[in-house]
Design a binder for this molecule. Structure first.
Ligand code: GYE
Length: 331
């Protein structure tokens, strides 16, 4: 054990340098002078599918630099098998803490058991794994996605009241199937509108959190129902919403006027569209989790206990709000 640790420490500068090279090859912004830290964090990021995700990676890199921790970062480019392989390499390197953003909720049992057997704490960041044996991970930090879905539903009710709408047909463009934000943004929304017979969800399609797929989904929905058949688009993230806006506008439909548009994330480009009157509501989801994650890493490295579930405070931005003071979003 001692030999392993000594070996590990000796190899640290080289490994961090390799990580920095791997990162810059993917266009990441790795610190060129990676700190010779005693605490090493292995971070498996799931991909770079959205402005949110890119902001999240940047937040982790910045926080690791500020806290003086070594960061081994691997971007899995949307592949669960790559995430599992990255976590295994963090285990064999014996990092101090593993942080990862599970792309989907299922399929982590073996690798998490391996981390547990190796005595390495795991922090789930952003997304959850399916509920079950809780000691497979040490803590979770990320949004309360059910609350996000409820905020989206609450806005729709307000909007329908303001419009005096009798009935509204809703189409839903969902995020990656089997992911926590997809499941819970859907459940929270449905739960909020289910007893109100003004609303019918006529179809849910998966856009995988990608702008290109948001476009595809909107094109399909528009062809199938026509602009008159759709009153509301509820999209699980801004990237897909921005793709959908493009399709609607090309078809001569005025988003936010002819069709109510509800989105999630609040990345800058979407907030601009809200200000321009092209989106009605954006539920906030913050990617700036890096600092809070590193605080947890720090506590764990000092042998302290940390709370199991941690949610950032979030809100929603709507057409009914005065957004003139809203600071630049930074993602
Ligand atoms: O909303 C989306 C991203 O998991 C909260 O993933 C995250 C989601 C975010 O691709 O834009």
């Amino acid at each position: 054990m001692k030999t392993l640790r000594t070996l590990r420490r000796a190899a640290l500068p080289l490994l961090l340098a390799l990580c920095a090279v791997a990162l810059s090859a993917c266009g990441g912004d790795a610190p060129s002078n990676a700190p010779r830290s005693e605490v090493v964090v292995g971070f498996s990021q799931l991909g770079s599918e959205s402005g949110w995700r890119i902001g999240n990676t940047a937040s982790m890199e910045k926080a690791a630099r500020e806290w003086g921790f070594g960061l081994m970062l691997d971007n899995a480019n949307q592949r669960q098998d790559k995430q599992i392989a990255a976590i295994r390499s963090f285990i064999s390197y014996r990092v101090d803490v593993i942080v990862f953003s599970p792309i989907v909720e299922t399929g982590w049992d073996n690798v998490l058991t391996e981390a547990k057997d190796a005595g390495i704490p795991v922090i789930l960041m952003d997304r959850m794994i399916e509920s079950g044996d809780d000691d497979r991970y040490t803590a979770y930090i990320g949004a309360d996605f059910l609350a996000e879905g409820r905020r989206a539903g609450k806005f729709l009710k307000q909007k329908a009241d303001a419009m005096g709408a009798k009935h509204m047909n809703i189409v839903e463009i969902t995020g990656t199937e089997d992911s926590t934000p997809m499941r819970d943004r859907q459940s929270g929304f449905m739960w909020t509108i289910k007893d109100d017979d003004r609303f019918t969800v006529i179809e849910s399609v998966s856009g995988d959190f990608l702008r290109s797929k948001g476009e595809e989904c909107m094109r399909y929905l528009l062809e199938k129902y026509g602009p008159e058949g759709i009153d509301v688009v509820y999209s699980h993230n801004d990237e897909m919403t921005l793709g959908a806006l493009k399709v609607l506008e090309e078809a001569g439909v005025k988003p936010a006027r002819d069709i109510v548009i509800i989105s999630v994330d609040a990345q800058q480009e979407a907030v601009d569209a809200l200000r321009e009157g092209r989106i009605n509501c954006i539920v906030e989801c913050t990617p700036n989790l890096g600092d809070a994650v590193m605080e947890m890493v720090d506590a764990l490295s000092k042998g302290k206990q940390i709370p199991k579930r941690n949610h950032p405070v979030e809100t929603a931005f709507t057409e009914f709000d005065d957004l003139s003071d809203l600071a630049p979003r930074g993602y």
